[in-house]
Design a protein around this ligand. Structure first.
Ligand SMILES: NC(=O)c1ccc[n+]([C@@H]2O[C@H](COP(=O)([O-])OP(=O)(O)OC[C@H]3O[C@@H](n4cnc5c(N)ncnc54)[C@H](OP(=O)(O)O)[C@@H]3O)[C@@H](O)[C@H]2O)c1
Length: 333
């Protein structure tokens, strides 16, 4: 398709200041053009994640201190256009691109650059783009990258195979639902920590056991795990070390700069691995693994609610509750 035939402008959800969901507004902006090594994608759906909440509200986990404002912006948001990933259709490619062609249905992700709550995005042809899994709708596909890429990156830091005992704290969120499925697919014995209302969902994703965090503290139950994955941020090594087997791993999905620096010391405490990452930057290879896992039947998208683009403020309000199950998706076309 010739770029000249496309509309010159598009709608994008933007913020000019930090604050409540109401700071988000739909703006009419110039449609981007692909550079020589880039692909122009007509977005059909995008995820709306806790990362959007954190950027919009400048709400980082406790322990980020002054680093947060420096990263996200002091007086105004550094990132005006939110949205970490989604799914759409290639509409044009730069002169140097051979891997993609108009009409290709794709998953796209940006990492921290964001900007995917828009009708069109450009991505580098060799980064942040992969084939959309066969048999998924655009809404389902958009619900995949954020949680599944994070899950893949963290699980790769531990030995998870047949019989490994894995505990997933926060098993009903975007990341937790993916960790449960991928650990189960690897043959692990999975314990999911969630509230009672989400127990059936978490079991249906492959958890062998569920602990209701509203009634039971998994760290005091007497069960021991090879790997504890903390997707909530309330399971520091000081709390979970007694339930981690010697030589096991704590995967701190919700990390702080201090916990990253101190990870080797924390590791001594569990006599194993403590993995902390500031942010997972999706690469094409990780997106391809997501597509492969869906097509192999070991990962399925968990979509809680889909909102129209016009209802983007309401979608932010829902994500802000912290109660979503799996993923929230914006329908962009
Ligand atoms: N390091 C990285 O690269 C990276 C990447 C992605 C995400 N993250 C971080 O990982 C965290 C999780 O992200 P997410 O997208 O999975 O969040 P999310 O989808 O917003 O999580 C919501 C879920 O958390 C559950 N929950 C809330 N409090 C809980 C508790 N005390 N115990 C167990 N479950 C609880 C809720 O269930 P109920 O309604 O039943 O309470 C809800 O289903 C966030 O802090 C995010 O910033 C880090």
């Amino acid at each position: 398709m010739d770029v000249q035939t496309l509309p010159k402008t598009m709608r994008a959800a933007e913020i000019d200041r930090f604050g409540a969901p109401e700071v988000v507004h739909l703006a009419v902006v110039d449609r981007p053009d692909p550079g020589p090594d880039e692909v122009l994608v007509r977005m059909r759906a995008a995820s709306l994640t806790v990362a959007d909440h954190r950027m919009r509200a400048r709400d980082l986990p406790a322990g980020w201190g002054l680093v947060g404002p420096l990263m996200l912006g002091i007086r105004r948001p550094r990132t005006r256009r939110l949205g970490v990933d989604g799914a759409g259709v290639v509409v044009a490619t730069g002169a140097g691109v051979t891997a993609w062609a108009p009409g290709d249905e794709v998953l796209v992700a940006s990492g921290l650059a964001m900007g995917f709550h828009a009708e069109y995005v450009v991505v580098r042809a060799d980064r942040g783009i992969a084939r959309k899994p066969a048999g998924t709708t655009f809404e389902e596909a958009a619900a995949l990258p954020f949680g599944a890429v994070t899950a893949l990156v963290f699980l790769a830091r531990a030995q998870v195979g047949p019989g490994t005992r894995v505990l997933v704290n926060g098993a009903s969120g975007a990341v937790g639902t993916a960790v449960v499925q991928l650990a189960h697919a690897a043959g692990a014995h999975v314990t999911g920590v969630c509230s009672g209302r989400n127990a059936d969902l978490v079991r249906s994703l492959g958890a062998d056991r569920v602990v209701d965090y509203t009634t039971t503290d998994f760290a005091r139950e007497g069960e021991v795990y090879d790997v504890v994955v903390d997707c909530v941020g309330n399971a520091p090594v000081s709390r979970v070390a007694p339930v981690v087997r010697r030589g096991g791993a704590v995967l701190a999905v919700v990390g702080t700069p201090a916990s990253m620096v101190l990870a080797p010391l924390h590791g001594l405490r569990v006599r194993g691995t403590v993995a902390v990452r500031g942010a997972t930057i999706p690469l094409a290879e990780q997106l391809r693994q997501v597509t492969a896992a869906v097509e192999a039947g070991t990962l399925r998208p968990v979509v809680d609610r889909v909102f129209d683009f016009d209802d983007v403020v309401e979608a932010h309000r829902y994500v802000d509750t912290g109660r979503k199950r799996g993923n929230v998706v914006l329908r962009l076309a």
